[in-house]
Write a protein that binds this ligand. Structure first.
Ligand code: ATP
Ligand code: LTN
Length: 327
């Protein structure tokens, strides 16, 4: 039976990129195995964040998970910080990951390049250590993530190899998996950059009103020419909008191209906006209902209880294997 695990860090407002590359897919794959889905609140501390913001963002992600159709009876949904085994295992695993490989991580390089060395927290550097702990605690073999997280999952695989070579087969081997279309949604204002929580101009936030979402799509940067054609190199803007449309409607790129032969960018953008609004309207309504209902707390407590059982078992197994026990 597959063990599926993923998480999102509550660093800011979720974007359409997070929805397409991660959340929507989590809901789709959840029944293909035993699924653990958490809110990586400890990871959100790796850059400065206000306590109230962190707290609100965390609850928001839980509500968005539920709104997307994640089923708390089947999938354990929980806060990373509620299961202390994540931190305990990270302290152990940090000894099996090396400075060189951590400093080569793209996310670390991107985030730290804008900072003075004295201001770069150790947690930002050690981010993949905690992430490896998150993964191996649940013996997870399938890790659905967007493209930017694959490198971190690869590092988790390296740790598993090292630990298993040294101590026998104590950890399960994880593998990253991505959606076929939409694993890297680009910024609407600069299609050479990833749409990410920290880029207000090029983002569609899940919290934006439907009108704002529509406006943002209508003013998305497009390319030279006027053909609707999937060509990420020469037509990155149009290709990105096609990716959004394809992932939400299920239509292939060829079908979209055919549909818009002889039509202009304006018509195409209006159609993309319609697809996004049609998907987001019921999703946002469910989110509002869930936030009002007070369901989130209950789901998180129940999820943490179930997660803790599995996490404790793995931590104990690791502790025994490496010699941390009393006779
Ligand atoms: P930040 O801007 O704070 O770094 P982020 O928007 O990149 O955050 P994460 O919390 O790092 O989001 O990612 C949550 C999940 O969403 C991950 O699986 C990640 O790979 C996926 N994801 C993030 N951005 C995109 C995107 N633009 N397209 C597709 N998937 C994405
Ligand atoms: N780094 C991920 C969040 C995350 C995660 C994980 C994803 C933390 N731990 C374990 C998959 C498996 C991100 O969304 N930036």
């Amino acid at each position: 039976m597959d063990r599926i695990l993923s998480g999102i860090k509550p660093t800011g407002q979720l974007t359409l990129g997070n929805y397409i590359g991660a959340i929507k897919n989590f809901a789709k794959v959840q029944y293909e195995g035993e699924t653990f889905l958490f809110i990586a609140d400890l990871h959100a501390l790796t850059l400065p964040i206000e306590p109230e913001t962190l707290n609100k963002n965390s609850r928001d992600i839980a509500a968005y998970y539920l709104a997307a159709g994640l089923d708390p009876k089947h999938t354990s949904i929980f806060l990373q910080s509620d299961v202390s085994e994540h931190s305990e295992l990270a302290i152990i695993l940090q000894n099996y990951l090396y400075m060189g490989e951590l400093s080569r991580m793209t996310q670390f390089k991107d985030k730290s390049s804008k900072m003075k060395e004295e201001a770069i927290g150790l947690g930002l550097f050690a981010y993949p250590v905690l992430m490896a702990a998150d993964i191996v605690l649940y013996n997870a073999n399938r890790i659905p993530v967007g493209e930017d997280q694959v490198q971190h999952v690869e590092l988790a695989r390296d740790v598993v190899k090292r630990m298993n070579n040294r101590y026998g087969k104590i950890l399960a081997m994880p593998k990253a998996e991505m959606v076929k279309v939409g694993a890297r949604i680009m910024s609407l204002s600069d299609p050479s950059k990833k749409m990410s929580k920290s880029d207000p101009k090029g983002d569609i936030y899940l919290s934006d009103s439907l009108e704002v979402m529509r406006k943002k799509i209508m003013s998305a940067v497009t390319d030279m020419g006027k053909e609707i054609k999937y060509d990420p190199i020469n037509k990155p803007g149009i290709s990105n909008l096609m990716t959004i449309m394809s992932s939400l409607s299920g239509k292939s790129f060829e079908e979209i191209e055919k549909e818009f032969v002889g039509k202009g960018y304006g018509d195409f953008k209006r159609a993309v906006a319609d697809v996004v609004v049609n998907e987001m309207a019921p999703f946002k309504a469910r989110y509002e209902e869930i936030i009002q209902s007070g369901l989130v707390d209950e789901v998180l407590s129940e999820g943490a209880k179930r997660a803790k059982v599995v996490a404790k078992e793995t931590l104990t197994r690791v502790q025994h294997a490496i010699g941390l026990y009393r006779k």
